[in-house]
Design a protein around this ligand. Structure first.
Ligand SMILES: Cc1cc2nc3c(=O)[nH]c(=O)nc-3n(C[C@H](O)[C@H](O)[C@H](O)COP(=O)(O)OP(=O)(O)OC[C@H]3O[C@@H](n4cnc5c(N)ncnc54)[C@H](O)[C@@H]3O)c2cc1C
Length: 407
């Protein structure tokens, strides 16, 4: 019987294997792909934003989820925080630096050297990697669990005393994170909230002809609002809708709405009155005058013209109409159709529900079975918070298991 089976070789599973193997556990790490850390390598393509140098409170405030256990998460973070993660990267030969938005990157801006050193050290500590093993089922047996895997050679059965699931979310399935575990764990009576796209673009039905002129153009220095949350930043007009930091970050609020509606303030430093003053004398050439006097992009004026064709076709524009347009520029409501498909999202919301876990992140109806990483029901924006959440929760699980063994 394997002493500890870690299933999933992303950052969360690797971190558990690293700590447990070093603590003297007999560890076997299973992954359905031919190699581990594939999504981690993909994250490396944009420089590998390992964590964020934000202060503790600010850092913790970005995490969300249904019934999210804020106090427990704070303890989890404190056990392995953003400084500890930077020290850990250094221990694998990767100095880090802080970039804009307090994002922390390895100086090499690559994931491969870190992954290589990490995997070598896990193997050197004695953990065995069992690749091409696709987890299918878990069943309790005396003193442990029977795990069923699908392998290229056929079905394979493994008996394990303790199990850690670190199966990731459901985006970028070619990296191995296909989210199929949701069905197997749900069938085993583990409560899972459906995976949903997070940190992704949203779809909008643009007016006919709009994209011919404006696809790919940014809206800079805007404030986006959804629910109670307002964020400054930049969005980009895409074929299917909008992309960009603020909309990624507002995803949690947007998904809560019956009809996802984004409000955009295109002139955050101006009041409606000030905008109105600037255009009071305008009577003709409305579109050109608005662009020039308000310094807003033509795409914004174009949206106003689609929404208020009757104003834009008037010979002489009355002040009351200008006031309507000023109000719109300060708060243009955009009804979104849906989030982009999960496959292309950077991360997932949903996952194993908190009610299914105890404080050790042990699955309540499966003693000695734990879960960590993106497969838990939390979400966070980009900026280094995702990898930090995976690494902190994995450290928490591993240290809990090690403490229990040596108690
Ligand atoms: C394009 C992109 C860029 C990103 N950039 C960043 C970034 O810069 N900073 C950041 O913080 N985050 C980033 N992320 C998110 C981050 O990579 C993930 O949150 C993180 O990898 C999740 O770690 P994990 O270990 O929980 O799961 P994963 O990394 O998804 O690993 C899960 C592992 O489980 C295996 N697995 C799944 N199902 C089975 C099964 N049934 N049987 C056996 N094995 C299975 C998979 O093969 C995989 O190896 C990015 C994500 C994407 C897609």
């Amino acid at each position: 019987m394997v002493e500890l089976a870690v299933i999933g070789g992303g950052p969360a599973g690797l971190r558990v294997a690293e700590l447990a193997a070093r603590a003297g556990f007999e560890v076997k790490l299973y992954d359905q792909k031919r190699s581990v850390g594939r999504k981690f390598l993909i994250a490396g393509k944009s420089g590998l934003n390992l964590t964020n140098a934000a202060r503790r409170d600010e850092f913790l405030s970005v995490y969300q989820g249904a019934d999210f256990p804020r106090d427990l998460w704070a303890e989890i973070f404190d056990r392995f925080d953003n400084d500890a993660l930077r020290d850990w990267a250094l221990s694998h030969g990767q100095e880090t630096f802080v970039s804009s938005g307090k994002k922390v990157f390895p100086e090499s801006m690559k994931a491969a050297p870190l992954l290589r050193s990490w995997v070598q050290s896990i193997k050197a500590a004695g953990a065995l990697f069992q690749l091409n093993h696709s987890f299918k089922e878990i069943e309790p047996v005396d003193d442990g669990y029977r795990l069923m895997f699908h392998t290229p050679e056929g079905e394979s059965e493994v008996l394990a005393k303790r199990v850690v699931f670190a199966l990731g979310g459901g985006s970028w399935s070619r990296t191995g994170s296909d989210g199929r575990w949701v069905n197997s764990l749900s069938a085993s009576g583990i409560s899972v909230s459906p995976l949903q796209s997070a940190n992704c673009g949203w779809e909008i039905e643009w007016p006919l002809g709009f994209l011919d002129e404006y696809e790919g153009q940014p809206w800079k220095n805007i404030v986006c609002k959804a629910g109670k949350l307002s964020l400054e930043g930049e969005l980009v007009i895409t074929k299917y809708g909008l992309e960009g930091g603020p909309i990624y970050r507002l995803g949690h609020e947007l998904r809560k709405m019956d009809s996802a509606t984004l409000e955009i303030d295109f002139k955050p430093t101006f009041s409606v009155e000030r905008l109105l003053q600037k255009v009071e004398s305008v009577r003709r050439n409305l579109a050109d005058e608005l662009s020039r006097r308000w310094k807003v992009q033509a795409s914004v004026v174009s949206l106003l013209a689609y929404k208020y064709p009757e104003i834009f076709t008037k010979e002489v524009v009355p002040k009351a109409d200008l006031a309507i347009l000023a109000e719109e520029v300060k708060c243009l409501e955009m009804v979104l159709q849906s989030a982009r498909p999960i496959e292309e999202a950077i991360s997932c919301a949903g996952g194993i529900r908190w009610e299914a876990l105890d404080d050790a992140l042990q699955i309540r109806n499966y003693p000695n079975v734990y879960a960590c990483g993106e497969m838990l029901d939390w979400e966070a924006p980009t900026g280094g918070y995702l990898l930090q959440g995976c690494m902190s929760s994995a450290t928490w699980v591993a240290k809990g298991i090690c403490a229990e063994k040596f108690d």
